[in-house]
Ligand binder design. Sequence first.
Ligand code: FES
Ligand code: FES
Length: 150
Amino acid sequence: MALTLSINGEPREIEADPETPLAYVLRNELGLKGTKIGCGLEQCGACMILADGAPFPSCAAPAASFAGKEITTIEGIASRPAGARVQAAFIAETAAQCGYCTAGLVVACTALLEANPSPTEDEAKSALAPNLCRCGAHPRVLRALARAAT
Ligand code: FES
Ligand code: FES
């Protein structure tokens, strides 16, 4: 079935089962492989995208449920001023080890700075709690977030 989604500022028509989770549509139908799939259960944050500016896991919710929303993936994050700052800060602070969680964290940090341009460390930890990093890069992520906020 044809489904039209607005992704990174462009309407994209997709032939897919509308029940397919969005992350699989992004990766397999549209080649947007920056969005990673970890747990598949909305519990790790690897698949985070922005839906109308809010961070949302894309691994379980059906693609059709995003119809009418503006979706931003990691591929489009730099078009948002906060996203560009966050990406540059992640590079400057080397805020990744294996990198599997990184796209989700960049998306989550962007959403946080758009809502709260100068978060406290507690606010940052709370906002990033859904994003797990098994490499332990969180201290560097928090430094990158602080750098992007200033
Ligand atoms: S893969 Fe979506 S939250 Fe883990
Ligand atoms: S850098 Fe490896 S999971 Fe976060």
